[in-house]
Design a protein around this ligand. Structure first.
Ligand code: SF4
Length: 262
């Protein structure tokens, strides 16, 4: 019997190194404010925009406490949906920090960053990786397919507010596909305003509903981001991949769209 319901990995992440995942939602279906066209965990049957407790902090901590000795760089809140929808996210980050020495990362789609409580929870993490795939409201609709309750302008304002107050490492993650490949200049201009510590240029290499861009296409896109003062730019094609053996293989595949270590 699998000992872990909420923890998965560790996996090799091109952005984090060896990462152990915590899925604070852990539902059979994706729980998200978006339904991105490239989503690796499948399409959503409905949106969820109101925060609630999906898994108690006690249950997550019971699994954390029985972890075997593993070498990991980050403990990462992510999984089948948007982790900031978990109302107890801040409580979970605090509890994990009390018993583990690794840094904590949260991968968010940015949709709820305009909520003060969400920013307060994320402020407890050492690294926040926030999604920004679109430079305009139109492409936000066609790429991220948000719930009608989430507006592009509010999402962007939330990113800017969080960036201003956050003391940890802030990264913007941009997924490039056919539909936004011509928006690199607009996105680079937004990055100039936001000034993240790092920009992560991605394209869907894991199984998903859309094809990835080629290395050449991504190289051209990266050129638009290369002259932003003091900002590190990394790309999914340029990072050397290392193998990490997960101790929860089946659950890891469920949350990462079948292929590990990408
Ligand atoms: S934000 Fe992430 S989980 Fe949600 S639909 Fe987009 S890719 Fe999928």
């Amino acid at each position: 019997m699998n000992k872990y319901k909420y923890i998965y990995g560790p996996v090799f992440s091109w952005r984090l190194g060896r990462s152990l995942g915590i899925d604070p939602l852990s539902q059979a279906e994706k729980v998200c404010t978006y339904d991105c066209l490239y989503c690796q965990v499948g399409r959503a049957s409905e949106f969820k925009c109101k925060r609630s407790v999906f898994v108690s902090t006690r249950e997550i901590m019971e699994e954390i406490k029985k972890l075997p000795p593993v070498g990991i760089d980050y403990i990462t809140f992510s999984g089948r949906g948007e982790p900031t929808l978990a109302l107890n996210l801040g409580e979970m980050i605090r509890a994990v920090k009390d018993v583990r020495k690794e840094k904590i990362a949260v991968i968010t789609n940015s949709s709820l960053l305009n909520e003060k409580e969400v920013r307060e929870d994320l402020a407890l993490a050492d690294l926040v990786m926030a999604k920004l795939d679109a430079g305009t409201s139109g492409s936000f609709q066609s790429i991220n397919n948000p719930s009608p309750d989430i507006k592009f302008e509010d999402m962007l304002l939330g990113i800017k507010k969080f960036r201003r107050g956050y003391k940890g490492k802030f990264a913007l993650q941009i997924m490039f596909v056919e539909k936004n490949k011509n928006e690199a200049i607009e996105l680079a201009n937004l990055c100039r305003e936001i000034k993240p510590a790092e920009i992560q240029i991605n394209t869907p290499l894991r199984p998903s509903g859309v094809s990835p861009l080629s290395k050449e296409e991504l190289k051209e896109i990266i050129g638009c981001f290369n002259n932003i003062d003091g900002v590190k730019v990394i790309s999914v094609y340029d990072v050397e991949k290392k193998k990490v053996i997960p101790f929860t293989k089946e659950d890891t595949c469920k949350r990462r769209g079948k292929e590990l270590n990408k």
